[in-house]
Design a binder for this molecule. Structure first.
Ligand code: PLP
Length: 361
């Protein structure tokens, strides 16, 4: 049996096919259908009323966000994220300027953002890494002072709350991914969370070819999503709280089974955090030590992921900036298998394989 780093939840088959029956009856497959509207309404209620637009994935959501805010020049961003954060910036003809991460949360180091701001800077694009919040207050202050826009790549952030507020509602815009590997998924999918109604209008057009019927308003692309994807979302969404509760238990079990090993975990700095348990990353003392454990796990068909690796400032198509903290963490981090259906016995077994293959540096 293979144990992968994530496993997409599949709802009971009949639950999904009930939605399919409705799609067959209506013959309405995509283009803002009733299931898409229903999902958007549920997600918006979950985000305390902030409007949500369902998109075809989390990457197009970032690209549309950049386009909607009319960003140009330089975008200050994090090197410790999935590659889509950086490629979206470049795809939209902007230049990423990397600011190193903070050594506890692995999110962008807000203290270092100001030194990276130039005349060309138009925005800050930061990732809530593993579902832990960036320093949203400090970033907001800097953005106001320098008149910059803020986009959060919230691909990991679904369900995390800070100060009683959903993390996805911070920033001028936040994006999320509902890819099959994420905590809440719609097979492929994502969303843009945006409160400003004129910006929301622009985004709606951008993701729908820029027209409504025969009236053409703006440039656009196809960033919509279908009734079939919305149906999966409607099946999975009511279970999110129970997913988070199961993951919390498994994380606690991993922590107790790994206790005493010289590994570190991300340490959130935000007070009053309600965490979503999106991933289970551990940081080894060295890359060699990490690779040895990774190989030992793979020999038992337990598949982990170097997430995130490489540090994005090292991508072959970006200007070589140096980000020592991000490069160091990226070289030593490993995400262990983590999903709600993982059994406690398997967690104990994985932790044991980690322990017995651990060579103290
Ligand atoms: C998954 C992910 C994305 C991309 O989302 P897709 O839905 O796969 O396009 C972007 N950023 C981060 C941080 C991610 O983890």
């Amino acid at each position: 049996m293979n144990i992968n780093v994530t496993k997409a939840y599949l709802p009971p088959f009949e639950e999904y096919t009930n939605y399919l029956r409705g799609i067959w009856e209506r013959g309405w497959l995509t283009n803002n259908g009733p299931l898409v509207q229903q999902l958007e309404a549920q997600l918006s209620a979950f985000l305390h009323g902030v409007p949500v637009q369902f998109t075809s994935n989390g990457t197009i959501a970032i690209q549309i966000a950049i386009k909607a805010l009319k960003l140009s020049g330089e975008i200050v961003t994090t090197p410790f994220s999935y590659v889509a954060t950086t490629t979206s910036i470049i795809w939209e003809n902007c230049s990423p300027v990397f600011v190193d991460i903070e050594s506890q949360t692995f999110c962008i180091n807000a203290q270092k953002i100001e030194e990276a701001i130039t005349e060309q800077t138009s925005a800050i694009l930061a990732t809530h890494v593993y579902g832990y919040p960036c320093d949203v207050e400090a970033i907001e202050q800097i953005a106001q002072k320098h008149n910059l826009k803020v986009i959060y790549d919230g691909a990991h952030a679904f369900g995390t709350e800070v100060h009683g507020r959903q993390l996805l509602t911070y920033g001028d815009l936040a994006t999320c991914s509902f890819h099959a590997t994420k905590l809440f998924h719609t097979i492929e999918g994502g969303c843009i969370v945006v409160n400003d109604s004129s910006l929301a209008n622009d985004i709606w057009l951008l993701k729908s070819f820029g027209h409504i019927g025969d009236d053409y308003f703006s440039l656009g692309v196809n960033g919509k999503n279908s009734e079939f994807h919305a149906a999966m979302g409607l099946c999975n969404f009511p279970r999110v709280n129970s997913f988070i509760a199961s993951r919390k238990k498994l994380a606690e079990l991993y922590h107790s089974e790994l206790v005493g090993l010289p590994i570190i975990y991300p340490m959130p700095q935000a007070k009053s955090l309600v965490y979503n348990y999106a991933y289970f990353p551990i940081i080894f003392q060295s890359e060699t030590q990490m690779l040895k454990v990774k190989e030992a796990l793979a020999a038992h068909s337990i598949y982990t992921r170097r997430y995130f690796f490489p540090s994005l400032n090292r991508l072959p198509y970006v200007k070589g900036q140096i980000c020592p903290v991000s490069e160091d963490i990226a070289s030593r981090v490993l995400c262990l298998p983590f999903y709600q259906e993982l059994s406690e016995d398997i967690v104990r077994w994985i932790a044991n394989v980690v322990r017995i293959n651990f060579v103290v540096a």
